[in-house]
Design a protein around this ligand. Structure first.
Ligand code: AGP
Length: 620
C-alpha cells in the first residue's frame, strides 16, 4: 500500500528519492517523507502530508544533503494521515530511521512492552515499533558484535524482524554507518536496483527504473545490506543467500504518460497491444491448442483436474468470473470463483484434484497472497495469472502465466483486465483440447483472437462518440450496470470502474436479478448501462431494458447489433463491432472503461489516483 525507496551513491540523495517517490505515488499518497545521513553525519528527516509535491516544497525550503537516504509515500493503515504519522520513523535517540510498507499485526503488544521499558512513542503507527526495536537491539550491550557497528546493526535488524508478525518491507538507516542501508522483507515486496556507483532498494522497480534495469527481487524472510557498489543478501538468521540478477524489460517511456492526459487513458489505449502480448506466441494452430508452458501441467494432470477454484480481488476477480464461463463451456471442468478475502478464512474444501488459480495484476495483493498460501497449505496445486514479473504471488505459485500487459500505473485496472481474460481464454482452450474440444472450435477462437486487437482499436477510434454519451451523464448519482451470462462479470467491472474513479454509486447485477429488488431504485434520475451484445439471450436483455424504460430510468445500451427495439428503448446506444462470442467480454470492457473515464474527467476527479485507493493493496 505504501511506496518505499532507498538510495546510496555518488550523487545527492534527496532529488533521487523525491523522483523515486513520484514514481511510487500511485501506491499510496496521503503523506510522504525522507531521511538522509547528512554531511554532518546525523540523520535529517523531512516530512509532509499530501502528495510528494508538498514534501518537495518543504525540502526546497529546508534542504537536506547527503548521498544516502530512505523515503516513503504512505497509504494510511494505522493512524490518520498526519505529519507525525508520516514515515520515516525514528527510535528514541534518532540514531536509527526506518521506512515501512505493510502491517505489523503484533505491534500493540510490542509497543506495550517497549513502553514498559520506558520508551516513548510519538505516533499512532505500527511502523514506529520497528524503529524502536531495532534501536533497542542495536544499543543493547549484549549485542555481541558491539565493536563492529555494521554487524551490530545487521543483528539488530535480524533480531527485530524475527519478532514481527504481519507483513513488512523495510529500509533502515543508522548514523553510525553512513555508507549502508539495510532492507528486509516479509509479505511486502522489496526489490534491489544495482546501478553504476549507486544502489537502490524499493517497493517496486518503477522507483529507480530510470537509473538501472539490473534488479534482484528479495523473497520473504530475507535481509539485504547495501553499500554504494556492493550488496549482500542473507536470511533472517543472517545466513548468506545467493540471488539471481534479473534484467527489466520495460523502459522508462512505457512508464511515462506518453502524451496522454492520464495513465488510465494511456493504458486503455494500449489494449490492442497488451491483448496481443497476452496471446502472442501462445497459440499453436497446427496442434489447435494454446501453449502455456509456465503452467507446468502435463496432459495427465489436466485430465485429472475435477474442479477449478479461482480466487482474486476486484478487477482480477471479475476476470476470473469471465474465466469461469469460458473454461466450463469449453472444458466441462466445474469452476468456482471466490473473493480471496473470503476464500482465505472460510476453510475452503480442497481435494487432491482441485486446481486453484490466483489472478493478480500486481502479484502483491495481501488477500490473494494469503488465499494462495491457504490453498497450498491444503495441498492444492496453485497457478498464478500475474502481470508483474517476479512478484510475490508469481513466485510462490507452483506455476503460472504472465499476462505481459506492461506496467499498469493507473489505480483503476484496465489493460490488466483484458489481458487476464485473454489468458483465461487461452487456458480454457488448452485444458479443453486435452479433454475433447475439437480442433475447429479451438482454431476458430484463436483466429478470432488474432483479429481482436483490430476490433479493440476500432472502439478506441470511436472514443469521442463514447465521450459525448458519457458527458451527458456527468451528474448521475446512482447507476446500475446489467448483463447476462459472461457479460455479468463485465457489468460488475463497468460498475467498479465508474465508482472507483468518479465516486458515483454504481453497482453491477445479472440483468434478470433487477426485478428481485434493485429495480425499486429506478426513477428518472437513475442511470442503467445495459451490456447487450448479440447472443441467444438478447431478447431477454431487451425485455430487461424495457422493464427499466417502463419506470422512466435512463438507459445507455452497449451492443454490437443494430436493433430497432434497443434504439427505441435506450436514451443512448453505443455500438461496438461484432466479434466471436467467446471474445465479447473483452471487447465490451473497452466502452465500460472509456465511459467511466470520461465521466470521471468531466467530474474533475483524480483519475489516476482516486481518493482512498491505492494501486496495490498489500494489507488486509
Ligand atoms: C481495480 O480497478 C482496483 N484497482 C482493484 O479492485 C484491484 O483490481 C484489486 O485490488 C486487485 O489488485 P491485483 O490485481 O493487483 O491483485
Amino acid at each position: 500500500m505504501c511506496g518505499i525507496i532507498g538510495y546510496i551513491g555518488k550523487n545527492d540523495a534527496a532529488p533521487i528519492l523525491i523522483e523515486g517517490l513520484k514514481r511510487l505515488e500511485y501506491r499510496g499518497y496521503d503523506s510522504a517523507g525522507i531521511a538522509t545521513i547528512s554531511d554532518s553525519g546525523k540523520i535529517e528527516i523531512r516530512k509532509q502530508t499530501g502528495k510528494i509535491v508538498e514534501l518537495e516544497k518543504v525540502i526546497n525550503q529546508f534542504p537536506v544533503n547527503g548521498n544516502i537516504g530512505i523515503a516513503h509515500t504512505r497509504w494510511a493503515t494505522h493512524g490518520a494521515a498526519t505529519l507525525t504519522n508520516a514515515h520515516p520513523h525514528v527510535g528514541q535517540t534518532g540514531k536509527i530511521a526506518i521506512v515501512h510498507n505493510g502491517i505489523i499485526e503484533n505491534y500493540a503488544t510490542l509497543k506495550k512492552h517497549l513502553e514498559n521499558e520506558g520508551r516513548k512513542f510519538i505516533t499512532e503507527t505500527d511502523s514506529e515499533v520497528i524503529a524502536h526495536l531495532i534501536e533497542r537491539h542495536y544499543l543493547n550491550d549484549e549485542n555481541k558484535d558491539s565493536n563492529n557497528p555494521l554487524a551490530r546493526l545487521e543483528k539488530a535488524v535480524s533480531d527485530t524482524v524475527k519478532m514481527l508478525e504481519g507483513t513488512f518491507g523495510i529500509a533502515v538507516l543508522c548514523d553510525d554507518i553512513p555508507d549502508t542501508i539495510i532492507g528486509a522483507r516479509k509479505g511486502s515486496p522489496l526489490v534491489l536496483g544495482i546501478g553504476r556507483d549507486a544502489m537502490f532498494i524499493a517497493s517496486d522497480i518503477n522507483a529507480f527504473v530510470t537509473y538501472t534495469k539490473q534488479v534482484i527481487y528479495l523473497d520473504d524472510n530475507e535481509i539485504v545490506t547495501i553499500n554504494r557498489d556492493t550488496y549482500q543478501t542473507k536470511t533472517f538468521e543472517r545466513a548468506p543467500v545467493s540471488k539471481d540478477i534479473e534484467e527489466i524489460s520495460w523502459d522508462i517511456d512505457e512508464i511515462g504518460r506518453a502524451g496522454y492526459d492520464h495513465f488510465m487513458l494511456k493504458e486503455i489505449c494500449e489494449q490492442p497491444d497488451s491483448v496481443r502480448n497476452a496471446f502472442i506466441g501462445r497459440m499453436l494452430h497446427e496442434q489447435a491448442t494454446a501453449k502455456l508452458g509456465g503452467l507446468k501441467l502435463s496432459n495427465k494432470d489436466i485430465l485429472n483436474i475435477d474442479r477449478i477454484l479461482i480466487t482474486a480481488c476486484g478487477t482480477a476477480l471479475h476476470a476470473g468470473m469471465v474465466g469461469k464461463y469460458i473454461i466450463e463451456q469449453l472444458s466441462g471442468i466445474p469452476v468456482e470463483v471466490d473473493f480471496a478475502s473470503e476464500f482465505r478464512y472460510r476453510n475452503p474444501i480442497i481435494r487432491p484434484n482441485t486446481l486453484v488459480l490466483t489472478i493478480s495484476q500486481s502479484g502483491e495483493t495481501a488477500d490473494t497472497l494469503a488465499a494462495l498460501r491457504e490453498a497450498k497449505q491444503k495441498g492444492a496445486t496453485v497457478m498464478g495469472i500475474c502481470n508483474v514479473v517476479g512478484s510475490t504471488i508469481a513466485r510462490e505459485c507452483d506455476g503460472g502465466v504472465y499476462v505481459h500487459a506492461g506496467p499498469e500505473i493507473g489505480v483503476a485496472s484496465t489493460k490488466a483486465f483484458t489481458s487476464q481474460v485473454t489468458v483465461m481464454i487461452l487456458l480454457a482452450i488448452y485444458f479443453a483440447r486435452v479433454r475433447g474440444l475439437s480442433r475447429d472450435t479451438a482454431n476458430e477462437i484463436m483466429k478470432a483472437l488474432e483479429k481482436l486487437p483490430d476490433a479493440i482499436q476500432s472502439v478506441l477510434d470511436s472514443r469521442d462518440s463514447i465521450k459525448k454519451v458519457a458527458e451527458k451523464y456527468v451528474d448521475t448519482q446512482h447507476a446500475f450496470f446489467m448483463g447476462r451470462n459472461d457479460q455479468y462479470p463485465v457489468a460488475l467491472e463497468g460498475a467498479l470502474k465508474l465508482k472507483e474513479i468518479s465516486y458515483i454509486d454504481a453497482n453491477g447485477y445479472p440483468a434478470a436479478e433487477m426485478k428481485h429488488g434493485p429495480i425499486a431504485l429506478i426513477d428518472e434520475q437513475h442511470l442503467t448501462v445495459a451490456l447487450a451484445p448479440d447472443s441467444p439471450l438478447i431478447e431477454k436483455m431487451i425485455a430487461n431494458i424495457q422493464e427499466i424504460q417502463a419506470r422512466k430510468g435512463k438507459i445507455v445500451t452497449v451492443t454490437d447489433i443494430k436493433n430497432q427495439m434497443i434504439e427505441k428503448l435506450s436514451d443512448d446506444v453505443i455500438l461496438i463491432p461484432k466479434v466471436h462470442p467467446a471474445l465479447k467480454p473483452i471487447l465490451m470492457a473497452i466502452p465500460m472503461q472509456l465511459f467511466a473515464y470520461y465521466i470521471a474527467v468531466a467530474r474533475e476527479c483524480d483519475v489516476d489516483q482516486p481518493r482512498n485507493l491505492a494501486k496495490s493493496v498489500t494489507v488486509e
